[in-house]
Design a binder for this molecule. Structure first.
Ligand SMILES: [Zn+2]
Length: 559
């Protein structure tokens, strides 16, 4: 069987991408179900209905929107298996403004290029440089073109299987919810474990085809990634002390505590994770607020903020210890400042406070102290009561905050204090590892100098593939015991708890690469995919990865 030529791939992947972009699949929503069905239709059509060993929708267990993964499996001549992964959901289309009616219609957007260029920085230059080579629209590069490439490759593999010429086994998975809470890929973890068990498979890894882009102005490289950045969301509950604004020295302004600490943490490059010369962007806050619900003339007694921390290697335990140091130092400075200001302000300095103190506690420590005071049963009952009266409409960060505040109240302690915990989501980082898939990623880049392919270790944009692997020695308890809403998998869940199948992820442990379409403006009005590379070149390269994996594993069998 012949491998299709550039033009054949191009026409197919362009058609599939268009069909997928045409379906509105903003996450979370019903459109994700429709697009999963459409993906399966594409795999099956033109005589391939019966070509797969298994094909169908795999429901996301417990999903309120009833969403499903689109899955297909081809059993090759050997148990060695490669997984093709992609997500079929998108972010919203509101950013298209007046062009929103055309956001899902690449053909219509092509006729509005000038209006698009007025809204999207850099787009006019790109049009000049690659005239006629861009497809526009929501999901075009992030990442319906990547799923379309996987569909085309999978169909080619299905034909090979039909002729008994497929040596590797291949799994195709298209997931919903990537732009939201990754429910699809977490379901896929279970599916992959089941498949491995049922067919005795041996996974070589997964190829994720999420978008890639220029990393600096004028960058002409195309990138392959052998790992991914991870993310933690440490959260600070700052407890001050209420007092009237006329007597501020009797209180502690929780917003002052927050401000001091935010100043130390946000955009602090000492907190960048540096691994093998690569460096995460510095942390930033994603939200900061006090907890007053109406106007009054009291000092705010409590505030909170959460900090986005990207990771390459830092563990939850390590980050917590570092942040504890920052928190203690900020708290000490604020209290010292209050002492000094009061001394200057008061008419009789000898009557001013000579010392002030406050505490920093992790959620685990606070919990342990409350447990010691109340006993295990009562603290459990207390937490259960908080869950039962949880206000509706809170997101997973809000629920953690609600639980942390109640535990602080239950402790009977007095501020000032800083309670440090983690909010969802947790996204694992993945490093490059010694494995065939990564060796071949490097080989592909070397043998195609004309394509300017470059292999980088950490995919810089958070993606689903993070949930396919957890470093074998990764210590999860500092994470799970410090997420107030964490629920162990074995116990019956409350609505709104946070769970991750960490043990299953560890068991699966797939090496991953991200080898996806190239474009610009993901999550922006000017979202666009470069068609020649993404529709023509990429599927050929994906096939080449699979062929090389097959050759190398074949050679090993013969040895
Ligand atoms: Zn994406």
């Amino acid at each position: 069987m012949q491998t299709p030529a550039f033009n054949d791939w191009y026409a197919q992947v362009k058609a599939y991408t268009t069909r997928l972009v045409n379906i509105r699949s903003v996450s979370p929503g019903q459109g994700e179900i429709e697009v999963a069905r459409e993906t399966l239709s594409m795999l099956r059509e033109d005589g391939l209905e019966h070509a797969y060993t298994a094909i169908g929708l795999d429901p996301v267990v417990g999903d309120a929107s009833g969403r499903q993964n689109a899955c297909a499996f081809l059993r090759g001549n050997r148990p060695d298996t490669i997984v093709l992964l992609g997500h079929i959901d998108t972010v919203d289309t509101k950013d298209f403004g007046a062009l929103e009616p055309f956001a899902l219609d690449p053909a219509a957007l092509a006729t509005h290029q000038q209006a698009l260029a007025d809204m999207a920085p850099g787009l006019a230059e790109d049009i000049t440089e690659h005239s006629g080579d861009w497809m526009f629209g929501r999901g075009s590069v992030d990442m319906k073109s990547g799923v379309a490439a996987n569909v085309a490759v999978m169909r080619h593999m299905a034909r090979l299987a039909h002729h008994g010429q497929l040596s590797l086994s291949v799994v195709f998975i298209a997931t919903p919810d990537e732009e939201n809470e990754s429910a699809g890929v977490l379901q896929a973890v279970q599916y992959l474990l089941r498949l491995r068990q049922e067919y005795g498979l041996s996974y070589l890894g997964a190829i994720n085809t999420d978008y890639t882009t220029a990393l600096y102005p004028g960058d002409t490289h195309r990138y392959i990634y052998t790992g991914s950045v991870g993310k933690l969301l440490p959260t600070f509950l700052l407890i001050g002390h209420a007092s009237h604004v006329g007597e501020p020295f009797d209180g502690v302004d929780a917003n002052l505590l927050a401000a001091e600490l935010i100043r130390d943490l946000s955009m602090n490059d000492d907190l960048c994770d540096v691994v093998r010369g690569q460096r995460t962007p510095p942390p930033v806050t994603l939200k900061a607020s006090d907890l007053k619900t109406s106007y009054d003339v009291q000092l705010p007694f409590a505030a909170y903020f959460y900090l986005n921390v990207l990771t390459f290697s830092t563990t939850p335990a390590q980050l917590l210890e570092r942040l504890r140091g920052y928190a203690q130092s900020a708290l000490d400075r604020v209290l010292q400042r209050l002492i000094e200001v009061e001394r200057r302000w008061t008419s009789n300095p000898r009557l001013s406070r000579q010392s002030r103190s406050g505490i920093v506690l992790t959620y685990t420590e606070l919990y342990a102290q409350v447990e010691q005071q109340m006993g295990h049963e009562r603290v459990q009952a207390e937490i259960k009561a908080v869950w039962n009266t949880m206000p509706g409409g809170l997101d997973s960060r809000g629920r953690c905050l609600h639980l942390a505040r109640h535990l602080w109240t239950a402790s009977g302690k007095k501020g000032p204090a800083i309670i440090l915990y983690y909010s969802p989501p947790f996204i694992p980082h993945i490093a490059e590892m010694p494995c065939l898939l990564h060796t071949i990623a490097h080989t592909i880049a070397e043998v195609h100098p004309e394509l300017q392919l470059e292999v980088h270790e950490y995919f810089p944009f958070i993606s689903d593939m993070s949930y396919l692997r957890l470093d074998p020695g990764f210590e999860t308890s500092a994470l799970t015991t410090n997420i107030p809403s964490w629920q162990e998998q074995a116990t019956a869940p409350h609505a709104g708890t946070y769970q991750l199948p960490l043990a299953a992820i560890q068991k699966l442990g797939l090496p991953v690469i991200n080898f996806g379409p190239y474009g610009k403006g993901a999550h922006q009005t000017g979202e666009r995919v470069l068609m020649s590379y993404s529709f023509g070149t990429l599927p050929q390269l994906l096939c080449e990865v699979i062929e090389r994996l097959a050759q190398e594993t074949e050679a090993k069998v013969k040895l």
